[in-house]
Write a protein that binds this ligand. Structure first.
Ligand SMILES: Nc1ncnc2c1ncn2[C@@H]1O[C@H](COP(=O)(O)OP(=O)(O)OP(=O)(O)O)[C@@H](O)[C@H]1O
Length: 536
């Protein structure tokens, strides 16, 4: 073939290959083109395309001849799927050269420090090797290794032809890599979608549970009726609600009731337990963060405020919120907008707040542990839940309710509670309130093998301790004692709060402090002024 004819032929091949390579979307497409058209054109037996890895200092095989066909005399596979240094004395020579580099394998393997993959190719019968640099634009991306089992074949290819092919390969490989990235991202999106769907169905289940729960509130004691009345009044409004009460009195249950009776009931109420989150993560939990905004922020995260948009955010154990976060929370409540950590913009949010605590927030304010401005912002509509010992008349109904619930769960038929057991339940002080009663009944149901609960094992520690100390058997909270003492003083003062003969003077308190203490402890006029006095 004269030069003109061979150049024309090369051009035809180039044109045909460039179209095929440009259309390749997957490695398999390119693999087919190289195996079926390129190798024969070059007179090569095998090939490898190695690309520089993202670290910039190593290279790895990207595409290669079918491995099964190639075996060295010692049975090794010359395609080594590991990272090789860019500067291995072979790869770097091709990367730095503008023209293809030809190696005689016989001579090459006699040199020192030859990479293992070269030795393997030699052992597989390769006599000659041609390396062509692959660039994307001007930037070197990798090397095309062509191997021949005969000498003098590869050198028959013109440099310009090899370089032309390598240019097309460069563009084709970039397209394939971009496509692979898209596929990978789509797979990830699908994975997240499945996870979200799972979470969604989990949340729906939870929701159903909550609805079931809120529909199963037990209690008809007068104190509870007042709570229900407050809930029904405040729920339809947008007002912030602060639920106060000892642990286990049902604050979370009431929060659900408020949400369920509000206009936001079709959305899920979002809960944050301020005491359960490590201090350094509270901000991210509430307001979210952008990817990379701090060490460990590997993904963008939506905060609970954003999640609760157009719904209700229940801030449980608000008394545990760190001071610094109190300031941030106050700002969000005032501005109604949030900013993710590391974010550049602010987002408007429409969130109804319900907060709860078993702490005495006013005392926390006085002790400097809770911001007074936040306290006033939250204390718009306080709902105080009475401890169980102050609503003992509800104990039988609650105990029966939990008995039925846990007997059904355990597949048992338990129909009643013996009077002596009920008497014990009525006498016990319930420091852990309804939760403690619930756990006790759950345990008892599991231990009961008859149709009746005839035994109950109440904690004895407190009883023993208090009887040893000559005290009444009740374990009483400070608030309880305070409440009783204030009531006593009010009764002694014939219901007068201020003035020289008023209860405030007896307690050596300013009357305003006494009034706010009374509000917090749920002491109302009817508790200390009898009907006759009221009439007077
Ligand atoms: N009136 C009620 N009727 C039926 N179950 C109730 C009632 N009140 C509370 N419970 C149950 O008692 C348990 C404790 O209630 P909840 O978690 O609402 O208390 P809490 O005051 O929020 O407690 P904590 O302060 O420890 O967070 C829950 O399992 C709840 O379902």
């Amino acid at each position: 073939m004269d030069t003109d004819t061979s150049e024309k032929k090369e051009l035809e091949i180039l044109l045909c290959l460039s179209k095929a390579i440009a259309a390749a979307r997957h490695r398999a497409d390119l693999w087919e083109i190289i195996n079926e058209q390129l190798l024969e054109t070059f007179g090569a037996s095998y090939y490898t395309i190695c690309l520089i890895n993202e670290d910039g200092v190593t290279h790895s095989p990207f595409l290669y001849s079918t491995e099964k066909k190639i075996r060295t005399i010692t049975g090794e596979n010359p395609i080594i799927h590991q990272r090789h240094p860019v500067h291995d004395g072979i790869f770097d020579r091709a990367i730095e050269a503008e023209e293809p580099v030809l190696f005689n394998m016989e001579r090459l393997v006699r040199q020192k420090d030859i990479p293992a993959y070269i030795i393997h190719w030699y052992n597989a019968g390769v006599k000659e090797m041609m390396l062509v640099r692959i660039c994307n634009g001007k930037e070197p991306k990798g090397v095309l290794y062509l191997y021949s089992r005969k000498t003098g074949v590869l050198s028959g290819n013109r440099d310009s032809f090899l370089n032309g092919i390598a240019d097309h390969l460069g563009t084709g490989i970039s397209n394939i890599l971009a496509n692979e990235k898209i596929v990978q991202q789509l797979t990830e999106i699908r994975k997240y979608k499945t996870r979200l769907e799972q979470e969604n169905s989990y949340l729906k289940e939870e929701w159903k549970k909550e609805r079931h729960l809120t529909g199963n509130t037990v209690g008809s004691a007068t104190a509870m009726k007042e709570v229900y009345d407050l809930v029904s009044k405040v729920a339809p409004s947008e007002a912030t609600v602060l639920i106060l009460g000892e642990t286990g009195t049902g604050k979370e249950l009431v929060a659900h009731q408020v949400h369920e009776a509000s206009r936001r009931r079709d959305k899920l109420m979002i809960k944050v337990n301020c005491a359960a989150i490590p201090v350094n993560l509270v901000e991210s939990e509430l307001f979210g963060h952008e990817k990379g905004s701090f060490t460990g922020a590997l993904e963008r995260r939506i905060g609970k405020f954003e999640l609760a948009n157009n719904s209700t955010l229940f801030l449980d154990e608000i008394g545990e919120l760190p001071m610094e976060m109190q300031a941030k929370l106050l700002r969000v409540l005032q501005e109604k907008e949030i900013e993710r950590i590391g974010g550049k913009s602010v987002y408007k949010v429409n969130v109804r707040i319900i907060a709860a605590t078993n702490k005495n927030l006013e005392a926390e304010v006085q002790a400097g542990r809770f911001r007074s401005d936040l306290y006033y912002r939250l204390n718009v509509f306080p709902v105080v839940l009475p401890p169980l010992r102050e609503r003992r008349e509800d104990i039988p109904a609650l105990a029966a309710f939990f008995m039925e619930k846990y007997a059904t769960n355990a597949g048992k038929k338990i129909t009643g509670i013996a009077p002596k057991v009920m008497a014990k339940l009525m006498a016990y002080p319930w420091p852990g309130n309804i939760r403690e009663l619930e756990h006790l009944i759950e345990r008892t149901v599991l231990l009961t093998s008859t149709h009746h609960i005839t035994e109950v094992s109440l904690p004895v520690k407190n009883k023993v301790l208090s009887s040893q100390m000559g005290m009444e058997t009740q374990v009483r909270s400070l608030a309880d004692v305070e409440r009783e003492h204030i009531l006593h003083m009010l009764k002694l003062s014939k219901g007068r709060i201020s003035g020289p003969h008023g209860a405030a003077a007896k307690l050596q308190l300013p009357s305003t402090t006494l009034i706010s203490k009374m509000q917090k402890l749920g002491i109302r006029k009817e508790h200390f002024v009898d009907i006759q006095q009221q009439g007077n």
